[in-house]
Write a protein that binds this ligand. Structure first.
Ligand code: FAD
Length: 409
């Protein structure tokens, strides 16, 4: 029996989880070809932070070896030659940068997203890097390991990625300044109190902070970065400038082929795009009004699609995901609507000597937001309460003290 041709564009985290689920389900009836534009087989992008910090080698991040692809009869092509540059939906084929074409019966777009670098003077200088790919980590490491006595880095963006990059470069011996446009670090995950606890900890490690500050330009000469200029006229020296101010879904390929796109490639609950022969998963998509920046929903989309291709329909439902900061020695957990609004009840616990802070937001006897700093051992429990929409009135008074106390209340 002729196998249908399945082509997957992108070999990132969503793509690998999709392939794993598809082959684990037994005979699937597809001849699979994967085209990824990075040089290596799909790796755990999340681990780029510990990799940059020197805590693990790259080999530990690779999700599946080339042998695994061979054993599962998946043809994997990687490298810039295999970057897909166009999709011909009429002929059902994709064309790579090297001019090779691959025909498909069904196409999966798993193109992820890219780091946003603003179009300001000097942003294309050498020494200005995003934090998205293994190649970016290599560029940062070569700056960190240059023979100069003082190696200065400026990290722009006080979100999760910016803080992880700043901490990693600091632990590599660079003189690091983190620039953030808001007054609170991790302002999407933390309130002002927890943000200050985090800042105190990172300052004690040697990282300097400039905030709120707006970056106006990258200074430099001969095409090389030498500093960062701000909107208030001040500036700071730096040989390395890392941008971590957000991501944008990779939609260009899909949009140019006429697929419906807004912020991301539009998909329905089955991960189907506006073309019934093309599905899409991961950070490149938009589901309803939502785009994605964490791996948990991406994995769920990958499984939804793999099962659908095996005839099992299980619609994708978006759920709130928790965030953790991967900075060793810093415990932080944030999920849901931790700020609270209107008549929400906000309960907090501060144990300053131990650097512990908890904030819970309760709405109609349900946990709708959680913020834990210093001790996150109850994070999974609070997340379960949040996701299950459980009525907590029974252990309302001990809720803040965690699962052990609530269980005996
Ligand atoms: C440093 C860092 C730390 C992170 N930490 C966390 C964390 O702690 N927790 C968490 O939940 N999430 C984290 N994330 C986010 C997480 O990595 C992403 O959610 C996840 O990788 C998304 O998977 P994806 O498959 O959609 O995209 P990606 O993993 O980005 O994969 C997309 C792949 O497609 C390739 N591609 C794009 N266009 C083409 C083309 N035209 N042709 C061929 N190939 C193409 C890309 O190069 C890439 O290899 C982190 C991300 C980074 C960068």
């Amino acid at each position: 029996m002729r196998r249908l041709k399945l082509v997957v564009i992108g070999n990132g985290m969503g793509s690998v989880r999709f392939l794993e689920t598809l082959v684990a389900g037994g005979e699937h009836g597809y001849g699979i070809t994967v085209l990824g534009d990075e040089p290596d087989p799909g790796y755990n992008r999340i681990m780029l932070s510990p990799l940059l910090a020197g805590e693990i080698p790259f080999s530990e991040t690779v999700l599946r070896s080339r042998q695994w692809y061979e054993e599962n009869e998946i043809t994997l092509h990687t490298g810039s030659d295999f970057r897909v540059v166009s999709i011909d939906r009429l002929q059902r084929l994709v064309v790579t940068a090297a001019g090779e074409s691959f025909s498909y019966d069904h196409l999966v777009l798993a193109t992820g997203s890219h780091a946003y670098i603003p179009d300001i003077p000097g942003s294309s200088f050498e020494g200005v890097v995003p934090f998205r790919r293994y190649g970016d980590v290599e560029a940062m490491l070569s700056a960190a390991e240059s023979g100069k006595a003082v190696r200065r880095a400026v990290v722009i963006g006080g979100g999760l990625l910016g803080l992880e990059a700043a901490n990693a470069l600091n632990s590599r011996g660079m003189q690091v300044t983190l620039v953030h446009s808001q007054s609170v670090l991790l302002n999407r995950q933390l309130d002002a109190y927890a943000g200050q606890l985090l800042q105190d900890e990172l300052e004690s490690r040697g990282i300097a902070f400039l905030k709120p500050k707006r970056t106006a330009c990258i200074e430099g000469c001969d095409g090389r970065a030498s500093g960062v200029g701000f909107s208030d006229g001040s500036s700071i020296d730096a040989e390395l400038v890392v941008f971590a101010i957000g991501i944008r879904p990779n939609t260009l390929l899909a949009a140019e082929s006429g697929l419906a796109c807004e912020h991301g490639i539009m998909v329905d609950d089955r991960m189907l795009t506006s073309d019934p022969s093309i599905s899409a998963i991961g950070e490149c998509i938009q589901h309803g009004n939502e785009t994605f920046g964490l791996v948990e929903p991406v994995y769920l989309q990958a499984v939804t699609l793999a099962r659908r291709l095996q005839g099992e329909l299980q619609p994708f439902v978006s759920r709130p995901s928790a965030t953790k900061l991967k900075v060793s020695g810093v415990q932080l957990f944030s999920s849901g609507q931790f700020q609270g609004e209107g008549r929400d009840e906000v309960i907090t616990l501060k144990y300053s000597d131990a650097g512990i802070y908890r904030r819970l937001v309760i709405r109609d006897n349900r946990v709708v937001g959680v913020l834990l700093y210093g001790d996150t051992s109850d994070g999974a429990w609070y997340q379960e309460l949040l996701e299950s929409d459980q009525d907590i009135s029974e252990y309302r008074n001990t809720l803040l003290f965690g699962s052990q106390f609530a269980a005996v209340a």
